[in-house]
Design a protein around this ligand. Sequence first.
Ligand code: FAD
Ligand code: SIN
Length: 531
Amino acid sequence: MTTDILIIGAGIGGLSTGIKLAEARPDLKVTALTKTQEGESNTRYAQGGVAAVWNMEVDSYEKHIADTLDAGDGLCDMEVVEIVVEEGPERVQEIIDWGARFDKKAEHYDLGREGGHSENRILHYKDLTGWEIQRALLAKAEQLPNLEILEHFFAVDLITQHHLGHSITRLTPDIECYGAYALNKQTNEIETILSRITVVATGGAGQVYRNTTNPVIASGDGIAMVYRAKGHLENMEFVQFHPTALYNPAGDNPVFLVSEAVRGFGAILKSRDGEEFMDRYDPRKSLAPRDIVARAIDNEMKLRGEECMFLDCRHLDPEGFRAHFPTILDKCLSIGIDPMKDMIPIVPACHYMCGGIKVDTAGRSSIHRLYACGESTCTGLHGANRLASNSLLEALVFAHRIYEDALPQLEQFSLKEGIPDWNASGTTHPKEMVLITQSLKELKEIMSSYVGIVRSNVRLKRALDRLGLLFRETEELYHSTTISPQLCELRNLITIGYLVTRSASMRHESRGLHYTTDYPELLPFLQRTIL
Ligand code: FAD
Ligand code: SIN
C-alpha cells in the first residue's frame, strides 16, 4: 500500500493533522490508521475540556503561561509553553469553525476551572468534551475524499534503513522512516505501508498500570515503535495520576473519571470522617496541581488504612451539577451513589504520559521523515507535570505546526523502493492466550506496586529485575508466534514499563510527578532525561 502521508492514530492529534494536510492539498493521499474503530481513542473520553485564554478582560497569556510553568515544576520548555498558549486560541477557533460545540452562558463561552489554573479558561461540552471533539473531527474528515481512515489497522513497526539490512543504533545520525508495517485485523495479513512522510499520533500508555482512566487502546504503541526504531524519547518518568477516579470495588478497566472540573465547580476533597485534609498540603486545597493532590490522597489513604478518599458535592446546586456533569451523575447513580446525598468515593489512577517521543517545535522527531503529535510526544510543554486540560490544546497546536512544516518539504521525499514484505516465516499460531494475559497482569502489578505515585531505589530495582524476565519471555513468544494485537500490545507495554522505570531510576531528586523517598528534595539545576 502506498500513500503520500501516513498518520498512525485518529484521535485529536492524528485527525487534526490529517484534516489540515488533506484540505490544503487535495492532490495528496492522506491515510490515517486506527487500531480499533474510528471513534475509540483517549480523546473520546476527555471530560474537563480545552484550556485556552478566551476572556482577555480577566485572563491573559502571561497568566496561562505562569500556571503551566508552575505545574511543570521547573522542567517546561519556555519557548514551547509560549507557543502553545499563544497559538492555542486560534487552533480552538478552528475546530469550532469545523463544527465542535462548547457550552455557552448567554452569548459567551461558559469557561470552567480546574486544578492549577488561576482563571476560568476551560472550554467544555458538558462532561463530554472529548466525545464532541472526536465527533466534529470525524465529521470534518468525512468531507475530505483524499483523507482515508483505515479502521482495525494495527501498526506494528516503523520501517527504516534497518529493514534494508543496515545496522542502526541510537547514535546513527540519519535514520529515515519510510512508512510502517501494519496488521490488517480483518485479513490477518501484515501490510507494508510506504509513505513519503509519517506522523505518529498513537496517544498514551495508561494501560501499563492496574488502575487507569485510559481506554484499553492506550498501550504506548507509538512510543515503543519509535524506541525500537532508535528514535529519541524524553521524560518518561513523569506519569500523571489523576487524583479523582471513581472508586468501584467491583473493578473497572478503565476506571471512570470524575473530572477535575467537578472540583472547579466547588466540590471538596474529604476523608471518610469529613476532614478537608488538603488544607494541610497546599493553600490551593482541592484545586492544587494534580501531582500535589494525588500524592496527598495517596498519603492519606496509607496513613488511615483506607481504600479511597471522598469528593463532597452535597453542598452544590443540584440543577447546575446535573447540567454540567450529566455523565458523571449517571455513572455514580448506576453504582448506588447519589452525589447530592452521598460523598463520591475516589482514588488516584494513572491518567497521562508527560514524557514520550522527543519532538522539536515543528513536531519533528529525531528520525527523518517522522513527525509526532499528541500524548505520544514530549514537546516540552508539560515539564514534570501537565496542567489540566493543556493536552488537547497541545495536540491541536502541534498538528498545525506539523502541517506547516511538512507540506513544503514533501516534494523532496519519494516512496522508498526495495522494502521487503514482513517476514513471518518460522512462526506458528499461539497455543495459549494465558501466556499473554497473565504477563499483562504481572506487568500492571509490578508497575502499580513499585513505580506508582511514590517510588524508592529498592522498588525501582525490583521492578527492573521483574520487567527483565517479562521482557525475555515476551520476546521469545514474539519471535516464535504469529503476530496478534494482544501480543504486540503486551510487548509495547513492557517497553513502556521499562522506559518509565529506567528513567525514574536515573532521576535522583523528587520533582513534579516523580517522587522518591530516597531523594525527597528538588535539585536546584534543571535536567531532562533523554533515552
Ligand atoms: P488518542 O486520542 O488516544 O488517539 C490515539 C489513536 O491512535 C487512536 O485512534 C488509536 O486507535 C490509534 N492507535 C494507537 N496505537 C495504534 C497502533 N498500533 N496502530 C494504529 N493505530 C493506533 N486532556 C485534556 O486536555 N482535557 C481533558 O479534559 C482531558 N480529559 C481526559 C479524560 C480522560 C478519561 C482521559 C483518558 C484523558 C483525558 N485527557 C484530557 C487527555 C487527552 O484526552 C489525551 O491526552 C488526548 O486526547 C490524546 O490525543 P491523541 O490524539 O494523542 O491520542
Ligand atoms: C479532567 O476532566 O479532570 C481531565 C482533564 C485533563 O486530564 O486535562
